[in-house]
Ligand binder design. Structure first.
Ligand code: HGY
Ligand code: MN
Ligand code: MN
Ligand code: MN
Length: 427
């Protein structure tokens, strides 16, 4: 740290863990499912209430708040060099159905508390500090993961697609966004960040894996984020009476989907690496009556790997299997759509060093690791040097109500974030 080294003051300022836990608990009540689960879907009434809650906390932290056309929310603490690229941090608060109350939330509420810690320490930012709450990190409503950060990173195809896309209830993105008070400007390229918006982006997040807890380590220094991909597949057959149609006459769309699901597992396991993963999180049959042979099926595949080439080989093999299954079973392959096939992202050494020295200064055990989950950081890495701070979570559980991180572990993450932001701001 240079002469104006704020680290000692920051080091001694406590995180207000009680207030932070109360905020986490209150935020979790804005949910479409009963506690202890959380369901908070893009632009739903509970999402809108939750957004108001976040904007209020940003305001109380002294941040000036603005929102873009899709509802990415920015809370800014102007620095002494307001025109210099700012240091940003943030995460998401949307929650997939029946999930937990820490995924993403720790990185938004924890970032606001990090700002409060810096304020309490008398720190004065040189580069402005900006907390971002990203719209719709989860793919739940429109099947698009990291919608807000993908747009900020400048996805032209997404900016166009959003003016056409509808959800499963046939509600358009435009109507849903407008109902939540956004998308006045329907030109979503207005969301794109310009080149020099940020000098760094740091995200605090629960690990969503068991390593830190198992090894009794307080802080994960993320060096890379795995490459995610999602695929939508549809099969069509004649359907018919489950009793009267003899087997040789059947072309069962449901069994075609089941066979493809097992093929996903086979191709993933064939990759030769434990880092290749895949599952079928959505498998629907139509008409969905026990005594009616499925005439249509729809499956959605999530496959990832830290090695992009290996992941793409899985996608190719799954496509070949879909074609051969449809031929052999006499079903139509109605759809094989790669929704996203993203490259991995590497953290930047400058941010890794800042996070490491913050952890060391605080005397916290830490280790470098990869993130197998994706995050908004995957896209922010395209616009600024990126880094992620992981904290342990109970048995690595996530995307389910048992998800849990202790107030002590959250406070350690917030302190490391506060120190990291300070260091990056005065650089
Ligand atoms: O699925 C993911 O990796 C993220 O938690 N949405
Ligand atoms: Mn998630
Ligand atoms: Mn997340
Ligand atoms: Mn070290």
């Amino acid at each position: 740290y240079p002469a104006a080294d704020p680290s000692q003051e920051i080091h001694s300022i406590p995180v207000d863990s009680l207030a932070l836990q109360q905020q986490i608990d209150e935020l979790s009540t804005f949910s479409d499912s009963a506690a202890p689960s959380v369901t908070r879907i893009l632009y739903s009434d509970n999402d809108v209430v939750a957004r108001r809650f976040i904007k209020n906390l940003m305001g109380r932290a002294g941040l000036s708040v603005r929102e873009d056309a899709v509802g990415n929310i920015f809370g800014r603490w102007e620095g002494s060099e307001p025109d210099a690229p700012a240091v940003s941090t943030g995460s998401h608060i949307d929650a997939i159905p029946y999930s937990g109350k820490y995924d993403g939330v720790v990185g938004v509420l924890g970032a606001i508390e990090a700002i409060n810690v810096l304020n309490r320490s008398g720190f004065k930012p040189k580069r402005s500090l900006e907390v971002i709450m990203f719209t719709s990190e989860e793919p739940t409503r429109y099947g698009i993961s990291c919608l807000g950060s993908r747009l900020l990173a400048g996805s032209v195809s997404l900016a166009k697609a959003l003016t056409q896309t509808v959800d499963n209830a046939n509600i358009s993105f435009l109507d849903a966004a407008k109902s939540a008070g956004y998308a006045e400007n329907e030109d979503f390229s207005s969301v794109f960040l310009d080149e020099k918006s940020y000098s760094a982006f740091v995200e605090l997040h629960i690990e969503q894996g068991p390593i830190l807890e198992n090894e009794g380590i307080s802080i994960g220094i993320v060096t890379a984020i795995a490459a995610p991909a999602s695929i939508k597949v549809g099969f069509g057959g004649n359907g018919g009476h489950a009793g009267a149609v003899l087997m040789p006459q059947r072309n069962d769309a449901g069994l075609a989907a089941a066979e493809l699901a097992l093929a996903v597992e086979k191709h993933v396991l064939e990759s030769g690496s434990v880092d290749t993963v895949g599952t079928v999180g959505i498998l629907e049959v139509h008409p969905g009556a026990i005594n009616s042979i499925p005439s249509r099926s729809h499956i959605e595949i999530d496959t990832r790997d830290i090695d992009e080439k290996r992941r793409n080989t899985v996608i190719e093999k799954v496509h070949e299997s879909a074609v051969s299954i449809s031929k052999r079973r006499g079903v139509d392959l109605l759809e094989f759509k790669i929704v996203n096939q993203d490259p991995p992202a590497l953290s930047d050494d400058s941010v890794i060093n800042a996070m490491e020295s913050a952890a060391q200064l605080l005397g916290l055990s830490h280790k470098k690791m990869i993130s197998r989950a994706y995050h908004d950081s995957l896209f922010m890495a395209r616009k600024a040097p990126m880094g992620m701070i992981f904290i342990p979570c109970y048995k690595g559980y996530s995307h389910k109500p048992e998800e849990y991180a202790s107030p002590e572990d959250i406070a350690k993450g917030v302190k490391v974030l506060a120190l990291t932001l300070a260091k990056l701001s005065i650089n």
